[in-house]
Design a protein. Structure first.
Length: 276
């Protein structure tokens, strides 16, 4: 699942192929950017904030992109190209002076801004444990601001703490031993934030640890609850349960939990979020 650790790892992968390379041909296949030509600019950095990728270019420009659930980047060697079946989904092509070509497939929220104005796109996001400016105290403050919000909904809110997606919020609820719908104000939020930060960093930075929450890389045993509905809990043997998301409601995504290991409110208390 594309989450903050996914995007951080992607940025480091793109660094190996694109960092310091000059663009010789660019093709931005979205209406708002179709006339933009970035040829001649050098890729100076791949920065991330939560699930957002910021490709910084010489001359003070930044290209913003988001993977959501279906986006991806592929870099091909000189003389190679993406398979023809994928070309209709390409939203971005960067050809470098080395002959390598980066393809952005089904990328979302593509935008080109001055680097100094990146906050216009990501300034609303909360602190990110994978950034140098990580502020745990600020994340705690934001999560505590509305103590009645359910645990999983609070952690999914990127304006409180950036980088946690549905996999991590479900696994963190299990790891702290509370129902996903426990009001955030009833938890030790400092401990929760510290655990979340440690988990994201471990997943992003340690080889072989990517989104393995149990410490066990054996197939089918990498997660405590996510994807394990109707299977025995790895800790107590109780059948793991799952409820689907509330339609068009990002605060109430598909949720997994062990009723025995995670006491507290059930999904019947879910209330659809107000429409904005």
């Amino acid at each position: 699942m594309p989450e903050g650790d996914s995007v951080h790892r992607l940025a480091r992968t793109l660094d190996r192929s694109l960092l310091g390379r000059t663009l010789v041909r660019t093709d931005l296949r979205v209406p708002t950017l179709a006339t933009k030509d970035l040829a001649g600019r050098t890729i100076t950095e791949h920065a991330t904030h939560g699930k957002h990728l910021l490709t910084r270019l010489s001359g003070g420009l930044t290209l913003h992109s988001h993977l959501r659930m279906d986006g991806s980047w592929t870099v091909t060697r000189p003389g190679r190209r993406l398979p023809s079946r994928l070309l209709p989904d390409v939203r971005l092509i960067f050809e470098t002076d080395l002959g390598t070509t980066a393809y952005g497939v089904l990328l979302h929220d593509l935008a080109l801004v001055e680097t100094a104005a990146e906050d216009d796109l990501v300034g609303h996001l909360g602190p990110d444990p994978l950034r140098a400016d990580w502020d745990a105290a600020e994340a705690v403050r934001r999560l505590r601001a509305d103590p009645a919000v359910p645990l999983v909904s609070a952690l999914l809110d990127q304006t409180r703490m950036a980088g946690l997606g549905n996999l991590w919020v479900n696994e963190l609820a299990f790891l702290v031993g509370r129902s996903p719908w426990t009001p955030i104000g009833e938890l030790d939020v400092e401990r929760l934030v510290a655990l979340a930060a440690k988990a994201l960093r471990h997943s992003a930075l340690v080889p072989g640890a990517y989104q393995v929450t149990t410490g066990n890389t054996r197939r089918g045993e990498t997660h405590w609850v996510v994807g394990r509905q109707r299977r025995a809990c790895l800790r107590c043997g109780t059948a793991v349960r799952m409820v689907p998301e509330l339609p068009n409601d990002p605060a109430h995504r598909r949720t997994w939990w062990c009723p025995s290991c995670q006491p507290g409110p059930g999904p019947d208390i879910r209330v659809p979020s107000p429409r904005r």
